[in-house]
Write a protein that binds this ligand. Structure first.
Ligand SMILES: Nc1ncnc2c1ncn2[C@@H]1O[C@H](COP(=O)(O)OP(=O)(O)O)[C@@H](O)[C@H]1O
Ligand SMILES: [Mg+2]
Length: 338
């Protein structure tokens, strides 16, 4: 369904010199630097898959999605979605894909949701029967009825996201691109959207590519994840494999009874220290949680402790800080030239 081969995108960023005649001068002597947002990324996605496209902020996720949806032209490399080259065949491509950017709506801000939907029906030439059937189904799953007559600008973020996702699916696309669809949503709204994505994927075999920061999103939706960092693909495989490889590290938060000047403990790294609260990172292979807490209790008085699994973004960050470990851990799952 999706083929990405050595895809790259470089942005030219121009420096703006301020000052007298500054903007005129810039026209003639524009200095720029290149930002490599996506660097030789390759992967394929089969029909009906849900793939999580993950990575820290600025990794190149949105830029990839924009090339897959035809919004941006690649600097080099190849993309096809459903056989179409997105930036060359934007219209044909658009008929087969749905796109949602969590950060901004595709709907008309001043129109009620229903009128936005009806405009889309006309733009995509959606037959009346299909339109009715879809609106009915999406209403059932997302309770669109609660706000169908409300102008988009008055919707809550959760309502807007529900409307946006439904709108992206009105024309029965084969592929759905979701860029941070749960950003800023509360737990209930997130759960509803995840369930909807799952159901659409199961019932209609819609292929889903999802970028997110939310580990819960990924765990609930994606069997497979692709990890990018600093524009490069670093991992492509099952989420369970990734977790097993990365989550050897745990975090222990301790509230001490007082502020101790030296809180170091062998085999544990201090992640941060703020007043009497200290967070340690440790690897259960080196020291068990029980032994670590034991060692702490021998030296200090504590008020509270808790152990956390690092969230995906921290996990990714921690591991990239130590590239050698990553390469050892991920072994051949790494892209060959990463
Ligand atoms: N239009 C643009 N012009 C210049 N630089 C950009 C542009 N869009 C993105 N970038 C840069 O490309 C990199 C990747 O951005 P993006 O794809 O938005 O990352 P992500 O979605 O993973 O957070 C970042 O360094 C970002 O600043
Ligand atoms: Mg982004």
């Amino acid at each position: 369904m999706i083929e990405v081969d050595n895809l790259s995108k470089t942005f030219k960023v121009y420096h703006h010199r301020k000052g007298f005649f500054g903007s005129f001068v810039n026209l003639f002597s524009r200095k720029h630097r290149n930002v490599q947002a996506v660097d030789r990324v390759s992967f394929t996605v089969a029909r009906g898959e849900i793939v999580g496209y993950l990575g820290p902020n600025g990794a190149g996720k949105s830029t990839t999605i924009k090339m897959l949806t035809g919004i941006l032209v690649p600097s080099s490399g190849h993309v096809t979605v459903n056989g179409y080259i997105p930036h060359r065949q934007r219209k044909e491509n658009a008929k087969h894909i749905g796109v949602v950017f969590g950060q901004r709506s595709h709907l008309w801000f001043d129109l009620p949701v229903q009128e936005s939907f009806e405009l889309l029906q006309r733009i995509y030439r959606i037959p009346q029967a299909q339109y009715r059937q879809n609106v009915e189904m999406f209403d059932e799953l997302l309770n669109l009825g609660d706000f169908f007559q409300t102008p988009v600008r008055q919707l809550s973020l959760g309502q807007r996201m529900r409307a946006d996702i439904a709108a992206a699916l009105l024309h029965n696309p084969d592929v759905l691109f979701l860029d941070e669809p749960t950003i800023g949503l509360d737990v209930v709204a997130k759960a509803r959207i995840r369930q909807f994505i799952q159901q659409i994927n199961a019932e209609r075999q819609v292929t889903v590519v999802l970028t997110t920061h939310d580990l819960d999103d990924v765990e609930r939706l994606c069997k497979r994840v692709i990890l990018i960092d600093n524009a490069r693909l670093r991992f492509d495989g099952e989420l369970t494999t990734l977790r097993r490889l990365l989550s050897t590290e745990r975090l222990l938060s301790v509230d001490y009874a007082e502020v101790y000047p030296d809180v170091s403990i062998p085999n544990a790294h201090v992640v941060y220290q703020e007043d009497a609260r200290v967070q340690y990172r440790f690897s259960p292979e080196e020291i068990s949680a029980a032994d670590l807490i034991g060692a702490i209790l021998k030296k200090f008085r504590i008020v509270d402790v808790s152990i956390q699994e690092p969230d995906i973004e921290d996990l990714i960050k921690t591991v990239y800080e130590d590239n050698l470990t990553l390469e050892r851990k991920l072994g051949e799952s790494l892209s060959p030239d990463a």
